[in-house]
Design a protein around this ligand. Sequence first.
Ligand SMILES: Cc1cc2nc3c(=O)[nH]c(=O)nc-3n(C[C@H](O)[C@H](O)[C@H](O)COP(=O)(O)OP(=O)(O)OC[C@H]3O[C@@H](n4cnc5c(N)ncnc54)[C@H](O)[C@@H]3O)c2cc1C
Ligand SMILES: Cc1cc2nc3c(=O)[nH]c(=O)nc-3n(C[C@H](O)[C@H](O)[C@H](O)COP(=O)(O)O)c2cc1C
Length: 733
Amino acid sequence: MIKKILVWSHRWLTLLLLPLFALIIVTGAILSFAPMIKDASSGPEAQEPVEVERLLQVLARVDPQARSRALEFEEPGIALVEFSRQGQREWHAFQMETGQRLEERAIGADFFHTVQHLHKHLLLDLDIVVDIATYLMVLVIIVGPLLSWPRLRHTLVGWHTVLGWVGFPLVLMVSATGVMMALSLGTPQFPAVDRDQGHMPMAQAIERAVQEGGLTHVRDARRMQTAAVAINGQAGGEAVAFVVTRDHVTQVGRYPGLVTELHEGTWAGGWSGALNLLASALLMVLMLTGLVSWGRRGLQSRRRTGDADADILVAWASQTGTAARLAQATTEALRDGGARVMGASLAGLDASELKAFRRVYLIASTAGDGQVPEPARSFLKALEGANLKGVRFAVLALGDSSYTHFCAGGLTLRDALRQAGAEECLPLVRVDREPAEPWTRWLQDVGEDVGVTPGAVEAPRGDQPVTLTLKRRQQLNDPDDPVTHEVWSLDWRSAEPLTFRPGDLLLVAPGEGEPGRPYSIGSSSEVDPRRLLLTVALTTRQDAKGNDCWGKASGLLCRGLKEGDTLDATLRPHPDFNPPEDPARPMIMIAAGCGIAPFVGFLEEQAQGLRSGPAWLIFGNRKRAGDYFHGEQLERWRAAGVLTRLDTAFSRDPDGGGYVQDRMRAEARTLWEWLHARNAVLYACGNAKTLGEGVRTALSEVLMEQGGLAPEEAQARLRQWETEGRLRLDLID
Ligand SMILES: Cc1cc2nc3c(=O)[nH]c(=O)nc-3n(C[C@H](O)[C@H](O)[C@H](O)COP(=O)(O)OP(=O)(O)OC[C@H]3O[C@@H](n4cnc5c(N)ncnc54)[C@H](O)[C@@H]3O)c2cc1C
Ligand SMILES: Cc1cc2nc3c(=O)[nH]c(=O)nc-3n(C[C@H](O)[C@H](O)[C@H](O)COP(=O)(O)O)c2cc1C
C-alpha cells in the first residue's frame, strides 16, 4: 500500500507539474552557465577585491545619480555595474582608471537576470508557485530511490533507476538547497528592512561599512531590497560580508552563504557551475526517461505490464480479449495484495523467459475448433524441445461446453508445458462461458499459492447484450462472378445508445444454446452510438451427411434475416484491436478480403477528425471488379486525404499485384520507415491460415532487408513489437 502511494506520487506529481518542473530545470541549467562564463572570461587576477577609496572614486564618476544596483570585478581594471532604468536592468563595463564606458563589451548579465526572474518568480512574482513546485520536486526525488534497487539493465527503466541512484546526491543538493532558500534556512539573516525608506545608494552603503565595520576592500556588492545592500569584501585582511541598511551594519558570515552558493553553483567558480549544469541535465534525463517508459508502458498495458523485479508471471492466450482482461485483473489483484507481478501475452513471450519467475499463472481460451488462440500458437510451437524444469505453473482454461473440444486450448498448453518439464502447482480449472465466478474462486487459490491476499478487484466488464434492427444489407461482391466469395455489408440500428470502438466484436448466436460467433465491428459509437456496421462473409460447410450448407451464423446474417428484422446479440470489447490510443500515431492496416471489416470503422473515425495521424491501408482480394469491398468509399477517402496511402493487391487480376504480402514486400522501404522511424502501429485482419503467417513472414523479410537484422533477430523484433502492441493481428479463424 505504501509502495503504491509512493509510486503514485512519484509519477503523478511529475506529470501534473511537468511544465513547471521543466521550466525550473531548464532555467536552472541556463543559470549554471553564469558562473562558468564568469570563470572563463576572468583573468588570473580575477576576483581580486578592489580598495574602497578607489572604488568610491569610480562610483562617483560612473554613478553620480546613485542608480547602480550591483558591482562586480571580473577583470583587473574593469568594473561591471548594473543600473536600473525605468524598471529595466542593464549591465555596463567601465575602465576603472578613467571611468570610461566600454561600449563594445557585450554583457550577458541582463539575459541571465531575465532567466533568473523566470526561475524564481515565473516573471510574475509567483514565488509561492515556484516554492511549492520545488518542495514537491524534492519529494519526487527522495521517493525515487525508495521505489527500487538499482540493477544494471539496458532498458529505459533500468537507466532511469541507475541514474536516479547515482545522481541522487547531486540532484538532491540542487533541489534541497532551493527549498532551504525558500524557507530561509542556512541563508544569512539580517535585520528587517523598512522598504519605505527608499533605496540605499551603493556608495553610501560602502562608506557605512567602512566606518562601522572596518571594510577595506570590496569583492562585489548588490542591492537586495531597496533599502539594503550586501557587500562581500575584506576587513583587516579577512574576508567579510556585510548587510547594510540605513539603521544597521550587520556582519554576516558570508554572503550569499553556502546554501545559496551550492544552489547557484558559485561555491567553486566555473567547476561548481558545471556541476549544477550536470544536475539539471540529470533531472531532465530522469524526467524524460521516466515519462517515456511510463508512457510506453501505458501503451503496452494490454500486452505486457508489471513490476521490473516481478517474480510472478500472469500470462494469457486470448483470441477475442476475455482471457487478456481476466489476466490483467489477476495481475492487479495480486499486486494489490503485495506481490511483484508481470502480466504478458504469450504472443510476446519466449518460452525460456518463464524460468525467471517463481510462479506462472496462465489464462487461456480456446479458438476455432478446439485450438489454441492464434496469438499463442508460435509459443506453443516453441515449447517443443524447450526445457522448463523448475517452472511451476497453473492454468485457468476458458471455453464453452457447447463446442466439441471443451477448453481444449488451455488443456493443450498445459500438456505442452508439462511435456517441457514444468510442474503444475494448482489443478487446471475449466470455465464454461461466463468466467466471473470461477475466476474469482481461482484467484483466491492463486493468492494462497503465492502467499498473498488478492486485492478486491472486480471481474472485468464482460459482454453486453444488445438488440439490433437490420437497417440495410448490401452485397459487396459481384453475384455474377463465381470466383468471388459472397460478402455482405450489414448496417444495424440500436434503439439504445451503445458504447464501442471499431474492432470490438459482435457475437451472434445462430440459435438457442449455440455459441456466439464473433464479427468485427466496422463503425464507432463515437461517430454514431446507435449505428453498428458489419462485413460478413457467407461461409459454406458440410453438414453431417456431407451436403454443402451455409454456416449457421453467417447464413443467418447474409441470407436468413431481412431488412427491418431484429437480432439479439452480444457486444464484446476487444481493446487490443481498437485504433491506436494516441490519435496522432501513424497506423498501417493490412486487410485481406473480409478482413476489411474493422478498418472501415477506423477510417470512419479518421474521416470525422477523431484521429489525426497518417493512415495507410493495404487491401487484398481476388478481383478489383468483383470483390473490392467498400472500394468506392476507400477511393473517396484516399482522394480526401483521410487515407494517406492506399495500396491494393488483386490476386486473380493480371497485373493485380498478387497478395497483400507481395505489396508489403514491394513497399518494404516505406513500411520500414513507417514502422521503425515513425513508430506506426501495424494492424492485420484476415484469414488466420493465409494472412497470419503471410504477414509475419513478409514483415520479417522487411526487417532483414531494410533493417539489416539476422533472421532470429527479426523474429525477436516481431515478438517484441507484438508485446508492445505495435503489431496487432486479428485473425478470423
Ligand atoms: C476475432 C474474430 C473476428 C471475426 N470477424 C469476422 C467478420 O468481421 N466477418 C466475418 O464474416 N467473419 C468473422 N469472423 C468469423 C465468424 O466468427 C464465423 O466463424 C464465421 O462467420 C463462420 O460462422 P458460421 O456460424 O457461419 O459457420 P459455422 O460453420 O456454422 O460455424 C463456424 C464455427 O462455429 C463453431 N460451431 C459451429 N457449430 C457449432 C456447434 N454446434 N457447437 C459448437 N461450435 C460450433 C465451430 O467452431 C465452427 O468452426 C471472425 C472470427 C473471429 C475469431
Ligand atoms: C470462434 C470461436 C471458437 C471457439 N471454439 C471453442 C472450442 O472449440 N472449445 C471451447 O471450449 N470454447 C470455444 N470457444 C469459446 C471461447 O474459448 C470462450 O468464449 C472464451 O471465453 C473466449 O476467450 P478470449 O476472448 O480470450 O478468446 C470459441 C469461441 C469462439 C469465438
